[in-house]
Design a protein around this ligand. Structure first.
Ligand SMILES: [Zn+2]
Length: 100
């Protein structure tokens, strides 16, 4: 084992292997609790990673939709969607720099 950090995708692949590999473990070590706990942790964390990635994708898609609505008029310092002074509070919430 090296000290090189794993990428998150490689770590997730390893985690899934611990989640799948119980049949190759000896019943002696699996049943003593350590490998069983490792398996349960791996299954739980791999599931959580997938859930969080799906949520992140969904939130990014929603932010992208809102960002597309709240754009600056090309010919004035106002938001196209709400007509507030640019950047409107929604655009600021999505990361647009507030006016100095
Ligand atoms: Zn706006």
């Amino acid at each position: 084992m090296t000290d090189t950090p794993m990428t998150p995708d490689v770590a997730l692949t390893r985690l899934r292997q611990y989640g799948e590999r119980t049949s190759t473990w000896s019943t002696a070590t699996y049943n003593d609790g350590t490998e069983k706990a490792l398996h349960q942790i791996a299954v739980s964390l791999a599931g959580e990673v997938e859930l969080l990635r799906a949520r992140a994708d969904k939130l990014e898609a929603a932010a992208s939709t809102v960002r597309a609505m709240h754009r600056k008029h090309s010919d004035s310092e106002h938001c196209q969607y709400d007509d507030f002074e640019w950047p409107c509070s929604t655009a600021v919430a999505l990361g647009e720099k507030p006016a100095p």
